[in-house]
Ligand binder design. Structure first.
Ligand code: ACO
Length: 436
């Protein structure tokens, strides 16, 4: 009868240890008993960038990166993109089950009731320079929400958590749209709660002098699909930031700001912006081979390609590609699409990308849709952050309620100097000179 254990022999001492295996993992703390001498600290694992470390147990999102599978609470992303709405998906992520009609109606009303931010938020945003990047404004303003809702610090109060979820999901599109309108000098458009979540967001972004903005239903639905696809993605960089900051029992608005800060980076949610800038820099199909050459020489990265988890086609990219066709029928084709398609074709045949299993990720085509819809390039990371708020808050709540979680605090392998005596200033030169 095979045993669900791992036997380790420490060749330094000849001692053997038997460690339980649960869910194909061993507990890193079980390694601490492995010592040479009693006063040793014990064995640790070394895993920079957490390539092979599970930091939590979760029931929210499942990814099989080799097979290109993504599911929220067990439901395939393809079915949700086809049949669900973003707010219903947010409910699913947060509550664990699809809502009944009545539950969904209450949920939508709950979110809709919280779309208007405090008027002082506008004053706060006006402190930014006129040309501030909207993601910078977003990060700063979301953090400021914690000062408007100090009760959000009561992280163990379920009622406070519920209302914080509504506020987070409801206010972030308003903040995002205000950030955009501020940066182009347009008066703010207040939420129109008669519209859908994405319809209202389009209205706050693009409303001109008309009394009521009428979103194009194809674009409204396409944005809703994009929001579903971006809602969660298990323990990525920004979600890990949310959990790490939240583990200190920091209020969730401040933790969302930290998560959004992580998302801002070009290797994460900032990649959609970087893809568009890359496609514009390439400029035409005939310049692609030269660009690929630079990628292979390690001079630049092919933005929107590669993923830590997916070693297959990102299932979200496949859905986005289909959605792009529907959007382009309304908006006209984005001229950069041909470059993107040709880039993908060449890359998927090239040995460099094939051997490294580099496929288009969620960000490769999303920017083309956003641009065709009229969103400026620097809004793209913000468009990623808005729907991810529901995922971040669901993951945060799971972390807060998990009895196994504590304040996140990794270990290090210290390789610096041993103890040495302080050197007075006048005696220092000789020491520092040897280092510079
Ligand atoms: N272009 C060129 N080469 C790449 C790319 C790329 N986009 N991505 C990975 N590689 C290469 C690496 O140079 C490395 O090659 P090597 O083995 O010769 O050194 C190999 O592929 C493995 O890549 P890693 O960097 O080890 O992969 P990692 O898991 O650390 O990084 C990441 C994943 C950050 C997404 C990376 O693929 C990347 O930088 N892609 C471009 C940015 C991007 O699109 N980010 C969005 C990701 S999706 C999201 O966050 C929503």
């Amino acid at each position: 009868m095979p045993k669900n254990t791992l036997t380790i022999t420490d060749n330094r001492t000849g001692k053997t240890y038997e460690i339980p295996i649960e869910h194909d993992t061993i507990r890193a703390m079980d390694l601490r008993q492995i010592k040479v001498a009693d006063r040793d600290f014990g064995l640790m694992t070394y895993d920079p960038a957490y390539l092979n470390t599970a930091a939590c147990k979760s029931t929210i999102t499942y990814i099989d990166g080799d097979a290109g599978i993504l599911r929220y609470r067990g439901y395939p992303i393809e079915q949700l993109a086809e049949q669900s709405t973003y707010l219903e998906t947010a409910y699913l992520l947060y509550r664990g089950e699809l809502p009944t009609r009545q539950q969904l109606d209450r949920w939508v009303t709950g979110v809709t009731h919280h779309t208007i931010p405090h008027e002082k938020i506008k004053n706060f945003m006006e402190g930014f320079r006129y040309d501030a990047h909207p993601m910078g404004i977003f990060v700063g303003t979301v953090a400021a929400l914690s000062t408007f809702f100090p009760e959000s610090k009561q992280v163990f109060d379920p009622e406070v958590r519920r209302i914080t979820f509504y506020r987070g999901v409801a206010k972030t599109p308003t903040i995002a749209a205000f950030a955009h309108r501020y940066s182009i000098g347009m008066p703010y458009a207040y939420p129109d709660n008669e519209l859908s979540y994405t319809g209202n967001f389009l209205s706050m972004m693009f409303k001109g002098t008309e009394l009521r903005y009428k979103p194009n239903p194809v674009l409204e639905r396409a944005l809703d699909i994009l929001f579903i696809l971006h809602a969660d993605h298990e323990q990525n960089c920004s979600t890990s930031a949310m959990r790490v900051v939240g583990s200190a029992q920091t209020d969730p608005f401040t933790a969302i700001a930290a998560a959004a800060a992580a998302l801002y980076g070009p290797l994460h949610g900032g990649a959609n912006e970087a893809v568009l800038r890359m496609l514009a820099e390439i400029g035409s199909k005939d310049k692609i081979p030269a660009y690929i050459k630079r990628v292979k020489a390690g001079e630049v990265k092919l933005m929107g390609f590669g993923h830590r988890v997916y070693k297959n086609y990102d299932p979200r990219a496949r859905i986005i590609k289909r959605t792009a066709d529907e959007v382009f029928e309304v908006t006209g084709k984005n001229p950069l699409l041909d470059i993107a398609l040709e880039l993908e074709r060449i890359a998927l045949e090239d040995d460099y990308f094939v051997t490294r299993k580099l496929y288009p990720n969620v960000d490769f085509y999303s920017g083309l849709i956003y641009q065709a819809m009229g969103f400026p390039t620097d809004m793209f990371p913000v468009l990623f952050a808005i729907p991810r708020v529901s995922g971040w808050l669901s993951q945060w709540e799971e972390m807060i309620l998990d009895p196994e979680q504590k304040i996140a605090r990794p270990r290090q392998v210290y390789l610096g100097e041993g103890e040495r005596n302080y050197v007075p200033m006048e005696e220092r030169e000789a020491v520092t000179a040897t280092r510079s």
